[in-house]
Write a protein that binds this ligand. Sequence first.
Ligand code: GAP
Length: 442
Amino acid sequence: MNDLTMDKIVSLCKRRGFVFPSSEIYGGLGSTYDYGHYGVLLKTNVKNAWWQAMLGRDDIVALDSAILQHPRVWEASGHVGGFSDPMVDCRTCKARFRADHIESMACGRKPSRKPGEGGECDLTEARQFNLMFKTTIGPVEETGSTVYLRPETAQGIFINFKNVLQFSRKKPPFGIAQVGKSFRNEITPGNFVFRTREFEQMEMEFFVPPAEAGRWFEHWVAERYRWYTDLGIRAENLVVRAHGADELSHYSSGTSDLEYRYPIGWSELEGIANRGDFDLKAHATASGEKLEYVDTATGERYVPHVIEPAAGVDRATLAFLCDAYAEEEVADGVRVVLRLHPRLAPVKVAVLPLVKKDGQPEVARALYDTLRSRMQAEYDEGGSVGKRYRRQDEIGTPWCVTIDHQSLEDGTATLRDRDTLEQVRVAIADIPAMLTERLAAR
Ligand code: GAP
């Protein structure tokens, strides 16, 4: 782990088609990325695992709200007035820096130094810069046509509180979960997909009776920690860090971050916040709608408090990639392997005929056809088997099945384990059930 660099992850992602710089043929568009086949499969598995953790309980329901919302949503939420970072510009080189990050940043000029350190540097005073992207709705740009791309998925949940309460037949404590894109015009994006201007979030707002907020906050910090470690993140690379009073967002009365040890150092992976009744009250005041829970049996009414675990899909995907990455000395050189949890691995099994003749491809294809209806599988007959193993190791495939001349004689094949490199002979007919069972057991 110590010698893992972000460059190694970026290079593997590019080499194996996980993630590419966006708009590459036009020279790229700073800090925007496109996910290729394996990246999409991995990211989808991360999101599915999150949905499973949420909807596997009976006190959470799903939502998919619009990215474009009424501009008053963002006034009420505090984002129009307060969602900003202090920035300074350099009049000489035209670069822009976050004022609160200057100490840890390098100026783009050579020799490299902090912004403001060079004789020619000419920094402006710090100014507040709102992070929301604006666009216009309708064919004509006119007053009142400005809308924002959502900077978080959470507000779509709060403004639907009444709808969901009515139709889900839930009562607090209960949660509403959502996954989707969010947009922030970050001043200093960077570190690959760690901080980008367009990213995906997995957020859940858990509505609780006010007196239970503290208990549920602790519950969700522990649950979210367990989710990452159950999916393979090593405990030594994950910590819970409580925010100091000076770090809290405008809505929060308590936040703990799950921080991961990325190659760039310990950084936020997910935040769990106690948002109190800030959001429901703000939207109730601004919209005139009552956003509260009324117990029809007792007549009791209250505005629930909210505990929010807010995760980034891209940051989680990056953490899983970093944690899984390993380089190992093997007999014929260095092997790069992604030891991804089988549930997250983009491809679960690869079927490889040893040679492209003697009936081996036909047997391999028949097995592949059976396997692919049960799990993400690949068939690969190109190149030496050693090279094909290396390729599967680099995309994190937990199992490879090799069909050879013996397979045609006795109906067995070699099953290779990505992590132990152990190869055992098993009956081909048993492989689909065996791997299905192994996947379900993890
Ligand atoms: N609703 C609360 C909220 O949005 P946040 O800490 O600003 O809280 C939650 O964001 C998570 O979203 C972060 O922990 C991170 O994983 C992800 N995230 C935030 N900004 C991001 C960015 N610019 N690029 C990638 N992921 C980001």
